[in-house]
Design a protein around this ligand. Structure first.
Ligand SMILES: *Cc1c(COP(=O)(O)O)cnc(C)c1O
Length: 404
């Protein structure tokens, strides 16, 4: 480790809130699937900032759109119109087939906005008595870090000593249709769920789950809210993960890759009913829908489609998954994934996944552990076959190591 690295780490440790435990690498440059550290070492990014970098680092077309817009107009607030918002609406609605759009910044804000909107819909359209709205969520969910959201997390680390929390949420197991059916009451306004649970370790529900979920929600007039902040925008090999199930959510949440990693941009997408209940003054955000965000998001969506990244995620994801499955190592308990949202779960006896991520770093791969025993793998969607094959060689030699 060079002295400059020690300085970065020591200064962060001294002055920063210690709410992260990053791997000991200090990055200073990125391009496509690659990042470089301050010593000039190159790594394949297999995290993509938790899927915010689907388009790869510093995509030149998104960069150009950002620089151009930043030199013209960055922020108006929603007190005035700007000449990017309508275009953003048009393009995201056309891409996703949505009727209404609410622009926000972070993913958590999109989730909070959806919760507010479906509650309001529940009272004003469905006729739920005021203050009685219930939202059903899943165990092991991850929807963000605000108070409203961590209040319905089931992860003790996420919740402990942050209460008291808001009521109105019911927690059921993920992938269990019967549990959903039992949990629905006449006051249920929404079922909020991830198509694939990302932070929980890339948990893919049983085949047919979402078809039945869709039917149940329709039958009981419950809004199906899909949090596609991580699964959306090509990550799973389709534009939206819901397309694997052939269903349509009532409310879809996007974030992360909506800006290709340049800027926090998120959106709530819905049918007319849900977002239609919001009137002037009832919800807002100073930065939400700003012209810089809109210009960046427009470019980020355009390159995703024009450069075939979604199809590439399907092709390279299948190659990566098969390659991981072919690795013969006693450390591996399970390999799973859809598109380029992949995970290797290690046997608990193999030692912590963190150790394997550190070993991968030494081989030029940056990946992130989740929940002690799982290595999550999510490279940018611009990865090539050669790069996948190279990564697989590194995984093969690392996963045969013994850190128990
Ligand atoms: C990352 C993520 C969020 C939160 O997004 P932030 O931008 O970090 O607030 C919400 N839901 C899912 C599924 C996510 O992966």
């Amino acid at each position: 480790m060079s002295s400059s690295v020690i300085d970065y780490l020591a200064t962060e440790a001294r002055l920063g809130a210690q709410n992260y435990a990053p791997i000991g690498v200090v990055l200073s440059r990125g391009e496509g699937v690659w990042v470089w550290d301050t010593d000039g070492n190159r790594y394949l990014d297999c995290l993509s900032a938790y899927s915010a970098l689907n388009q790869g680092h510093c995509h030149p077309k998104i960069l150009a759109a950002m620089v151009e817009q930043a030199s013209r107009l960055t922020l108006t607030s929603r007190a005035f119109h700007n000449d990017q918002l309508a275009l953003f609406y048009e393009e995201i609605a056309a891409l996703t087939g949505s009727h209404k759009v609410l622009p926000m910044n972070s993913g958590a804000e999109a989730v909070e906005s959806a919760i507010k909107s479906v509650r309001k819909w529940g009272y004003e359209v469905k006729g739920v008595p005021d203050g009685q709205a219930e939202i059903i969520v899943c165990a092991d969910n991850f929807h963000g870090r605000t108070l409203g959201i961590v209040g319905f997390s089931t992860d003790p680390e996420t919740r402990t000593h942050f209460g008291p929390f808001a009521p109105g949420f019911r927690i059921i197991p993920f992938g269990d249709v019967k549990a959903l059916e039992r949990a629905i009451t006449q006051n249920t306004v929404a079922f909020l769920v991830e198509p694939i649970q990302g932070e929980a370790g890339v948990i893919i529900p049983p085949v047919g789950y979402f078809t039945e979920v869709r039917q149940l929600c329709t039958a009981h007039n419950v809004m199906l809210v899909l949090d596609e902040i991580q699964t959306g925008l090509g990550r799973t090999g389709k534009l939206l993960a819901e397309q694997h199930e052939g269903i349509e959510a009532d409310v879809t949440l996007l974030g992360k890759a909506l800006s290709g990693g340049f800027y926090p941009v998120s959106a709530v997408l819905s049918n007319n009913d849900v977002l239609g209940t919001l009137r002037p003054g009832q919800h807002g955000s100073t930065f939400g829908g700003n012209p810089l965000a809109c210009a960046v998001a427009r470019a980020a969506m355009r390159v995703l489609v024009e450069e075939g990244m979604i199809e590439n995620a399907a092709t390279q994801g299948a190659r990566f998954l098969q390659g991981l499955k072919d690795i013969r190592a006693n450390t591996i308990r399970d390999v799973r994934g859809r598109g380029l949202m992949l995970a290797v779960e290690l046997h608990p006896e193999a030692g912590r996944a963190r150790r394997y991520c550190e070993a991968l770093q030494a081989k030029g791969i940056l990946a992130k552990d989740t929940h002690e025993h799982t290595i999550r793998i999510a490279p940018p969607l611009v990865i090539t076959s050669d790069q996948v094959d190279w990564a697989l060689e590194q995984f093969a030699t690392t996963l045969t190591l013994d850190f128990s």
